[in-house]
Design a protein around this ligand. Structure first.
Ligand SMILES: [Zn+2]
Length: 445
């Protein structure tokens, strides 16, 4: 039995900042939360600043990290960006992907992320030829998360077509299992571990033929596993769906049993009022990725309306233009302010819930995302004495963290009671910037 006590100078207890909290952990879980502890108990690990529940990065494509900076030269659209992204996907091997993902997940730990949802679709070798282990790429990602000290939900993604009635392009052959039955057979072999859960994903209504959507939905249903789907990120997808099926992508998903409380639509950007009702009314979640959506000029999704209709919100760094869940949280609110020219759509508490508890629930880690007895001992500490965060009263720590802090203010990250980031340094990956630079260099054309 591994027991350890942390003393939190300030703790975020879902509704308020509590000063002086002792948090006892036992075998990776929180055993007790003791308040009114003004000084550190003997032997306790001291966490100065504001400790939050661990952050959940609910939507990631680890290899997109190799595009950072390079895709900012020139103009274009989502579709021209995608060509550059495919050129990196073409060069991945299980070895290079493992090395890159380990560094990217280490960057996430440094940003306070304790769980990642990896929307994984580069399954096979060049030309679509399976590796000796058909799950070599997925296993590389699961191993990378373990080595970086964070949890992963591998959202194994069905990607079968390039568009409605269109076979995969040359680039996309690596993504395709041929049909949904073959996808289900391969992904069924993946095993859960202490740090890893397995979920399903439908890349999009473009990439999975309508008559095969139910196969993926049933796979997730049988396992009570999370099911994610890119939904209406682009208006071109809506138009093509309307032409092929006479309905919106949301309507198509509803018709084929994809929507429901274990399902999360990613982006949910260009929706009709009926789409919003279908998503909210079914309890389907919404994962917003505001830094990517603005980077790719996607548009602003109706997050507030979706939540009002019953859709829980989560957040993801998606293309990793930046990896900063605090920035994702404030961007969702600030987008809504720009659109409506009014302030205060979400409180800091509500934004933190999207970044932690609701994000974890979207990834199938319902027992994470809160500092209470029985929860997983996953938490992260934000410095309140940096140039960005110094000044406000500690009781405004949540507002300061969400609206002023950045990933650079994360001083500690603890996952399953293990100190993965201490005083801003990763304890398992000694030089994360070098690990990132080397991994990206190996993939340069
Ligand atoms: Zn995505």
């Amino acid at each position: 039995m591994t027991t350890k006590t942390y003393w939190l100078e300030h703790a975020w207890l879902d509704t308020h900042v509590e000063p002086g909290v002792a948090l006892d952990t036992n075998d990776g879980r929180i055993a007790a939360v003791r308040t009114a502890v003004p000084t550190p108990p003997p032997g306790a690990e001291i966490l100065r600043g504001l400790t939050l529940p661990g952050l959940a990065n609910a939507h990631s494509h680890a290899f997109h990290r190799a595009l950072r900076g390079t895709v900012q030269v020139g103009s274009g659209t989502f579709w021209t960006w995608r060509e550059v992204m495919y050129s990196v996907a073409d060069r991945l091997t299980p070895e290079t992907y493992h090395t890159l993902a380990r560094a990217v997940y280490a960057e996430m730990a440094l940003a306070g992320v304790t769980s990642v949802g990896e929307f994984h679709y580069v399954h096979h070798g060049p030309g679509g030829i399976p590796y000796a282990d058909p799950n070599a790429m997925g296993e590389a990602l699961i191993a990378a998360a373990a080595e970086a000290g964070i949890r992963i939900t591998l959202l194994d993604t069905a990607y079968l077509s390039s568009g409605f009635g269109q076979p995969p392009t040359t680039h996309q052959l690596r993504f395709s299992d041929g049909d949904a039955e073959a996808w289900a057979e391969r992904s069924s072999v993946l095993k859960e571990r202490d740090h890893a859960r397995i979920g399903a994903a439908i890349h999009s209504v473009r990439a999975v033929p309508a008559d095969q959507l139910e196969t993926v939905a049933r796979w997730a249903e049988e396992r009570r596993a999370p099911l994610h789907v890119h939904l209406s990120e682009q208006t071109a997808e809506n138009e093509a769906c309307l032409e092929a099926h006479g309905c919106t992508p949301t309507q198509l998903l509803a018709l084929h049993g994809v929507l429901g409380p274990r399902t999360t639509g990613v982006h949910n950007t260009h929706l009709t009022a009926e789409d919003i009702s279908l998503i909210g009314g079914s309890g389907t979640g919404t994962c917003m990725c505001p830094t990517t959506e603005r980077d790719l000029a996607d548009g602003i999704g109706p997050a507030a309306a979706l939540q009002n209709e019953g859709s829980p919100l989560s957040l993801g760094s998606d293309s990793h233009a930046v990896i900063d869940l605090l920035e994702e949280a404030r961007a969702m609110e600030l987008n809504e302010r720009l659109r409506t020219r009014t302030r205060g759509h979400w409180t800091a508490a509500a934004l933190l819930r999207a970044a932690s508890a609701d994000g974890h629930a979207a990834l199938g880690w319902d027992e994470a995302g809160t500092l209470e007895p029985g929860a997983l001992a996953d938490f992260t500490t934000i410095a309140l004495d940096s140039v960005r965060t110094a000044g406000p009263l500690p009781r405004l720590g949540a507002e300061t963290a969400v609206f002023a802090a950045s990933a650079a203010d994360v001083s500690h990250t603890v996952v399953a009671g293990r100190h993965v980031v201490r005083d801003g340094a990763h304890t398992l990956v000694p030089d994360v910037p070098k690990a990132l630079a080397d991994a990206v260099e190996a993939l340069r054309a």
